[in-house]
Design a binder for this molecule. Structure first.
Ligand code: GUN
Length: 281
């Protein structure tokens, strides 16, 4: 069965919109884009469109790739103190001369809708988070929707990035799964992936997972977005045609995890706006 992330994301968006419309003031996202990276420009434009669909206002700050780090930090500080702004998102990656860590740490945790700030990472680990990292939280929502419980399952994660792999494992652990992390130093990847009841692949390594690397009945979540430079088409880290034959559930690329990540961002903006409304009256 193919998991339809696009359809589920539309359902979530409609729920966010219904709740946003009940608020006294529309929630508002400030998106900051540094430089002209074409992929980042597309991502930010898509997030603006998602906001419009979900009844959320958005502001966009386009900065040249030469912007000094101090200037970017000053803008973040202004947005932190701007009562009309509920969520702040600085699109990554940033130019070499700017420290991503410094920028992530500068965003106020209550407006950190990417949930990249160490405070929000820590809250997610202990299970008390309200702002959750978008991709793993979107995947958890997909599993729930399709009746796939991680409880007692062996979940194998390929990739250990701060954005996806690492938080994914912790969220699955919090849902009572047994978790194995694999990465580029893993000795025998296939021996690990063959044990997976649920396999999450976020390596950014095109067609890494072949049919012989999974067992029958496996649930496969392919997080990757690899772009064929010749055709411009997107494809995953999983050889879909081979793995689909053995999988009980599998996500397509595109139309699987991507739309769910974006839907979770909308949920986070709404959650941040609600928390702030409660706190500030
Ligand atoms: N770059 C790639 N993925 C992301 C993301 O989820 N958030 C931000 N801010 N930048 C990204």
């Amino acid at each position: 069965m193919i998991i339809d992330g696009k359809k589920l994301s539309e359902k979530i968006c409609a729920q966010v919109r219904a709740e946003a419309e009940m608020m006294r003031r529309r929630p508002c996202l400030a998106a900051v884009l540094v430089g002209e990276d074409p992929a980042s420009q597309i991502y930010v434009r898509n997030k603006e469109r998602d906001c419009a669909k979900c009844g959320i206002d958005s502001r966009r700050y386009d900065l040249p790739d030469t912007v000094p780090e101090a200037e970017l930090l000053a803008i973040i500080d202004e947005l932190n103190n701007d009562d009309a702004v509920d969520g702040i998102l600085v699109q990554l990656p940033l130019p070499e001369h700017i420290s991503e860590r410094k920028v992530i740490n500068a965003v106020s945790p209550e407006k950190d809708v990417d949930a990249f700030h160490p405070i929000n990472v820590g809250r997610m680990v202990t299970g008390e988070g309200t702002l959750m990292p978008c991709t793993p939280a979107g995947i958890m929502a997909m599993l729930r929707e399709y009746g796939i419980s991680p409880d007692g399952k062996h979940c194998v994660i390929v990739g250990r990035s701060n954005i996806v792999g690492r938080p994914m494992g912790l969220m699955l652990l919090n849902a009572d799964a047994t978790v194995t992390y694999c990465h580029r130093h893993t000795k025998d990847l296939a021996a690990m992936t063959r044990q997976a009841d649920i396999l999450i692949v976020a390596a950014g390594s095109p067609r890494l997972i072949t049919g012989d690397m999974v067992k029958d009945g496996v649930v496969v979540i392919d997080v990757a977005m690899n772009r064929d430079p010749e055709t411009g088409k997107f494809f995953g880290d999983v050889c879909f045609d081979e793995v689909e034959k053995k999988a009980s559930f599998i996500t397509p690329v595109p139309g699987g995890v991507g739309p769910m990540t974006r839907a979770q961002l909308m949920k986070n903006i709404l959650a941040a706006a609600k928390e702030r409304a409660l706190k500030n009256g």
